[in-house]
Design a binder for this molecule. Structure first.
Ligand code: AR6
Length: 171
């Protein structure tokens, strides 16, 4: 698998699937989630509502992932995943790793070869960027997947630099 970094807005990223840093409700929010729904249009929310009316009536659990249409985004699918809220007193790294693993598993099911990820949990959910980058890069590298291209889309220069430095370190 090839791993690349892009600085910018994930809603402008061309990929088979873009990953949304969602919440359990699947009904939208701020950050990446807000941007994806705004830019992708109402079809995505409609698909999320259908999931809530069916298989995910209780919400999407933290660390899980599920796909919907990408609406008007330049992608075929949005893979929604729910990152853990950062806790300084409890190690929730496995849940954050699970977001990347499960998103790639869903991508495999869809037949998506190229997947774009935001830095899950590093915004509203408060995860320190360097630790989140380590988990993201290690988990993508270790994943058994048919995905050929993973792109981490970082919103600003500091996040891009942190991911770049983690990517430069061989595990
Ligand atoms: N493209 C790429 N990265 C972005 C974009 C964008 N358009 N917008 C923000 N980021 P966050 P979380 C960066 O808060 O921490 C929502 O309300 C941002 O700078 O989107 O997992 C959900 O509904 C940060 O580095 O996701 C949940 O309630 C990273 O993306 C909650 O926020 C993730 O920030 C999830 O919080």
């Amino acid at each position: 698998m090839n791993i690349t970094l892009v600085k910018g807005d994930i809603t402008e990223q061309r990929a088979d699937a873009v990953v949304n840093a969602a919440n359990s409700s699947l009904l939208g929010g701020g950050g990446v989630d807000g941007a994806i729904h705004r830019r992708g249009g109402p079809e995505i929310l409609e698909a999320c509502r259908a999931l809530r009316a069916g298989r995910y009536a209780g919400g999407l659990p933290t660390g899980s992932a599920v796909a919907t249409t990408a609406g008007r985004l330049p992608a075929r699918w949005v893979i929604h995943t729910v990152g853990p809220v950062y806790s300084p007193s409890q190690d929730r790294s496995d849940l954050l790793a699970s977001c990347y693993r499960e998103s790639l598993r869903v991508a495999d099911e869809l037949g998506a070869a190229t997947v774009a990820f935001p830095a899950i949990s590093t915004g509203i959910y408060g995860w320190p960027m360097d630790d989140a980058a380590r988990i993201a890069v290690e988990t993508a590298r270790a994943a058994e997947t048919s995905v050929t291209e993973v792109t981490f889309v970082l919103f600003d220069g500091p996040a891009y630099a942190v991911f770049g430095s983690r990517l430069g370190q061989r595990a």
